[in-house]
Design a protein around this ligand. Structure first.
Ligand code: ADP
Length: 261
């Protein structure tokens, strides 16, 4: 009887090992499919600016008689596309560092208002070019948090830049409000644009996700993915708030326990 018990235990163990192997295999397969998708998306994103840089430089080289105006126009396109390429590579590198957990955080005491001030100042040149109004009702901004101020400000800058890019209201307005929700301190970014369709509201935090009809205005769709990674590293989060009229993002700051840790 003991021998048969031992046999049973052994076969149960073998079965468990086989199941674990199967599961590990499936996970690996899913990961490699994901990686293939990621690589083909990157290649696609790189190809677009590369193609226009090559074509326009070929035109410049071939047409010696080209007038100065056209020459300047084509050079400008090459310059802008090169900038786009650099930004894309910077974003990809940043995302990979964040995802691999290799990021070094410079933690310190900051007030929310001071981090917001830095973000708004960094965006001043861009926002000043249009009649873009940023409202900050004020209360709560004096609260102190323990965080990496530069990383948090990077998230705020991204949200302000997106409001500026996508709002599409003739009198664009962004309200930045510090609040409290579910026992956590939050910073809400509400614009008066057309918002994001319900089915895309979670998707936009994925890499390369863009809402289909605004490709021309946008970047590569990495900004919000980076925001999400940064907020996770900081011990907080970022979500889309549905039903607010325009687009509405909530940055959830780390709670007191995370701050202490
Ligand atoms: P991108 O580099 O394309 O700006 P993001 O990850 O920052 O990438 O944003 C993803 C997509 O979410 C954008 O392409 C845009 O379609 C949509 N989006 C982001 N912010 C807003 C906003 N404030 N209003 C409308 N759409 C937005």
């Amino acid at each position: 009887l003991e021998y048969s018990n031992q046999l049973e235990a052994k076969s149960a163990e073998q079965e468990r090992t086989a199941r674990q192997l199967r599961e590990a295999n499936e996970k690996l397969l899913a990961l490699s499919v994901q990686k293939d998708g990621f690589l083909s998306q990157i290649s696609h994103e790189l190809r677009t600016p590369m193609t226009s840089i090559r074509s326009f430089s070929e035109i410049l080289m071939a047409d010696e008689a080209m007038g100065p105006e056209d020459r300047l126009r084509y050079s400008r396109i090459i310059h802008d596309e090169t900038k786009r390429l650099t930004r894309l590579l910077d974003d990809l590198l940043d995302l990979s560092v964040l995802e691999n957990g290799q990021v070094t955080l410079n933690m310190g005491e900051e007030t929310i208002g001071a981090v917001l001030d830095r973000a708004v100042a960094a965006m001043e040149v861009a926002t000043g070019q249009q009649d873009f109004v940023i409202q900050r009702p004020g209360p709560g901004e004096d609260a102190s948090i323990y965080t990496d101020g530069d990383r948090l400000s990077q998230v705020f800058i991204n949200l302000i830049a997106n409001a500026l890019k996508y709002c599409e209201n003739p009198t664009p307005r962004l309200t930045i409000k510090v609040d409290e929700a579910g026992g956590r301190r939050v910073v809400d970014f509400l614009d008066n644009g057309k918002g994001i369709p319900t089915d895309a509201q979670t998707l936009i935090f994925e890499k390369f996700a863009r809402v289909s009809d605004n490709h021309a205005a946008g970047g590569a769709g990495l900004g919000l993915a980076i925001c999400r990674e940064v907020m996770t590293r900081l011990g907080g989060g970022i979500v889309y708030l549905p039903g607010q009229g325009g687009a509405a993002f909530r940055v959830i700051l780390p709670d007191a326990r995370a701050e202490a840790a």
